[in-house]
Structures are given as structure tokens and as C-alpha cells.
Design a protein around this ligand. Structure first.
Ligand SMILES: [Zn+2]
Length: 417
């Protein structure tokens, strides 16, 4: 199925924005305490559902539990009563959704939790969440029943109402994920894309564009990943539960947060660039989740492919472009010029596509052009003419080409991103 996001579909858009929070010590204590209360609520509500079915063959609904919630809160003013009511309701709601997807056979049976690391204000419209002014031009995030928590904007908060707010603990850091209803910019729908691009996400390069460009993982990824791995190894050598183990666990969480931050930052820069340059962005509609279980496990889950596509899917329409996902079948095996299917099929190690029609192209560039071709066909356009992009080294001063080094790029082992 072809997925398409056109600019005119931006009737109502909710975008997530993640910011770091710096709670005061008493606020952090309160947050931790409320997370504990929510864990208790989750486990209690789950137990109630299980018992009721086992003992009375009666199922408990969300409405039943929500009605009991008022009583539970009233009887436990210093415990569950501290949690903002909609936050507690949201916790029950999540449990209810877990049961609903269980019945649709999407997930396994809901589990008891040892830890809850996030709480959600589901309707921030009512004033339970708001941005307030702190001292000396700083900002605070007002959270009902918590207080005004210092917040840092590393990217500007867009104009628009805050719809929901999730407060998350990652290691020893706190974050707020704000879903914001973004006001609509005037729409100039693109009918004939002038500068479209097909993007092939892969193992040899992070991304290959139909323009011939390739994106390599920045060097700092490897460095920060190495330190994460080292920290994890050290953790595995400590005795579980010991003080050193606990300290090391925090270090691992910090390292992990750093790696995650860098990846996110990189992905944002890259996708913002794409959305600005191109008025149509096309990807393959592949189910990354399925592939992750298969052969390429680590490198794909690391590749954050889902992240690229998700970011493009909202950034493209925001800058008046189109976002299209096309069918994934045979994009590597087809010739992007004549449409012939490769025979014998290309193996993983074949880096160049050679067609009897005379078309010779880098394997990934060929795939990205097929992706683009399908996307353009979906909007009733033909393929543009490509000028060949030189990716080799520039000619030396004497006019001869400088020989590129003989080092082979790391083969199918994969790019870790
Ligand atoms: Zn061909």
C-alpha cells in the first residue's frame, strides 16, 4: 500500500517535542513518589481484573475501575491522592488499551510492573500543564500536583496549544514530551514536484539518495558507542544489586542517553535538510519491525530507520512537500531505467547493478531511483532525467584522477546508527 501525506492534509497536526527538565530536589522526590504510586495503581488494577475473571468469571471495564479510582484516591489522600486525577486515569486507560490489544491478539498478556518511568497528563488544555516564566528569562513547565519545573529549550517551542505532556525518567535525567497542536501555515499544495527525491535506507550507508548522494554515519557515533559498550561490560562484572553496580548502572544510563541524544540530533538535522531541499520525499514502506527479528537484527534496529521516516512524514508536509511510502518489493532487483528484473538476482555482496539494457549503477542508487519512480507514478508524474553525480575523488592538478585508497568499505556487517 502506498502511504501519502500531502500538504493539504494538514488540517490538524500534533507534533511531539522533547525537552529536558531540571526538577528541584523536592520536585524530583515528588515525581519519584508519584511514579511509585502509579506503579502500585497499575499492578492493583491488573490484579483486580485477573481476580475478577478467575473468581467470578466477570470482566472489569475501564469505566468500573475509573469509578473505583475516586474511592481509592479518597481513601489514600497521602498516596494515590497526591497524583493528579487525569494522570491516574491515564494509567488505567493504558492498562485498558493493553487488554484491548490483547483481545485483538496484538500483544501478550499485560504484565505486573517493577517500575514505571513515565506519567502522562492527557489533557493539558485544561491548564494542568502550562509554560510559565521563571527567574531571569528562564522558563518553567507547570505540572499540576508537581509544581513549576525548570525546562530547557534546545529547540524553540512552536506556537500552538499543548495537548498532552509526558514526563519521563531516563536514567537520572528527566524529560517532558509535549504534544503540540501546530497552527496551520497557508497551504500551497505541490502538484508537480520540481525537486523530488527517493531515499534508500541501508546497511552500507545510512541513506542513499536518488540524486547519487550518500549519507555516512558521523565518526562520533562510533566513539560514543564504544564508551557505552565499555560501560555495559563494566556493569556486567559488578555484583548485581551492590553499590558499585548501582553506580555503574547510572553511568550506563547516562552514556545511553548521550548516544540517543546524538542520534536524534543528527536525524533532525538530516531530515530538516531533506524537507527543505526536496518537495517530494519517498521511502520504502517496509516493516522494519519484521526485519529486525530476522537476519540483520542489530544494524537495522540501530539504524533508526523508523525515526527518519517518521520525522520526514511530518517535516515534508510542513514545508509544503509530499511524503510518500511506496511498496518495497523488488526495489533492489529492478532496473531503474528499463524496469527489467535482475536475472540472476543480485546478492547482498553485489554492489553494482548491471542491466542488459546498458544501465550500470550503484546498487543503492538504483534502489533509491526505483523508490522515486514509484512515488512519482503514484502522483502521476514521470521520472526526471538524472545527471550523473561524481562520487569519486576530484581530479588532481596534473589532470589525472587521484586513485582512491584500496580500503574496502565495511561490507554487509552494517552501519551502526
Ligand atoms: Zn535496464
Amino acid at each position: 500500500m502506498t502511504v501519502m501525506y500531502m500538504p493539504e492534509q494538514r488540517l490538524q497536526m500534533y507534533l511531539p517535542f522533547k525537552y529536558r527538565l531540571y526538577p528541584f530536589r523536592n520536585q524530583e522526590r515528588e515525581l519519584l513518589r508519584q511514579l511509585d504510586e502509579l506503579k502500585f495503581l497499575h499492578n492493583y488494577a491488573l490484579e483486580q481484573r485477573i481476580d475478577s475473571w478467575r473468581l467470578q468469571k466477570k470482566s472489569v471495564s475501564y469505566t468500573d475501575q475509573q469509578a473505583s479510582l475516586t474511592r481509592w484516591r479518597h481513601n489514600d489522600m497521602d498516596g494515590l491522592g497526591r497524583v493528579y486525577i487525569h494522570v491516574a486515569q491515564d494509567c488505567l486507560h493504558r492498562l485498558d488499551n493493553a487488554f484491548k490489544s490483547l483481545f485483538r491478539q496484538i500483544t501478550d498478556y499485560p504484565r505486573f510492573k517493577h517500575e514505571i518511568t513515565s506519567l502522562t497528563y492527557p489533557d493539558a488544555y485544561n491548564g494542568s500543564v502550562a509554560i510559565t516564566e521563571g527567574r531571569r528569562d528562564t522558563k518553567r513547565l507547570h505540572l499540576s500536583k508537581i509544581g513549576d519545573v525548570p525546562i530547557k529549550y534546545d529547540r524553540p517551542l512552536p506556537a500552538g496549544r499543548i495537548k498532552t505532556c509526558t514526563v519521563k525518567r531516563e536514567g537520572d535525567r528527566w524529560y517532558a514530551v509535549l504534544t503540540i497542536e501546530v497552527a496551520d501555515a497557508p497551504v500551497h499544495a505541490v502538484t508537480e514536484p520540481v525537486n523530488p527525491v527517493g531515499i534508500d535506507l541501508g546497511l552500507n550507508h545510512i541513506a542513499t539518495l536518488s540524486t547519487g548522494e550518500t549519507v555516512e554515519p558521523p565518526k562520533f557515533f562510533r566513539r560514543s558507542e564504544r564508551s557505552l559498550r565499555r560501560a555495559q561490560q563494566k556493569l556486567s562484572r559488578e555484583i548485581k544489586g551492590s553499590n558499585n553496580w548501582k553506580k555503574q548502572k547510572i553511568r550506563v544510563a547516562r552514556c545511553y542517553a548521550k548516544v540517543k541524544d546524538k542520534r536524534m540530533d543528527f536525524a533532525h538535522k538530516l531530515t530538516t535538510g531533506w524537507a527543505k531541499q526536496h518537495d517530494l520525499i519517498a521511502f520504502e514502506d517496509m516493516d522494519v519491525r519484521n526485519m529486525v527479528h530476522g537476519h540483520f537484527a542489530k544494524s537495522i534496529s540501530d539504524a533508526g530507520w523508523g525515526m527518519f521516516r517518521q520525522m520526514c512524514s511530518y517535516k515534508a508536509p510542513r514545508s509544503n512537500g509530499m511524503y510518500i511510502e511506496v511498496q518495497t518489493i523488488n526495489t533492489t532487483q529492478e532496473c531503474s531505467k528499463c524496469g527489467r528484473t535482475a536475472d540472476p538476482p543480485l546478492e547482498l555482496e553485489d554492489r553494482v547493478y548491471r542491466c542488459p539494457c546498458g544501465h550500470t549503477e550503484d546498487r543503492d542508487v538504483n534502489a533509491s531511483r526505483n523508490i522515486l519512480g514509484r512515488a512519482l507514478a503514484a502522483v502521476g508524474q514521470g521520472m526526471p532525467e538524472f545527471t550523473r553525480v561524481e562520487t569519486g575523488p576530484p581530479p588532481s592538478r596534473s589532470g589525472r584522477r587521484v586513485r582512491s585508497s584500496n580500503r574496502k568499505p565495511p561490507a554487509a556487517k552494517g552501519v551502526t546508527f
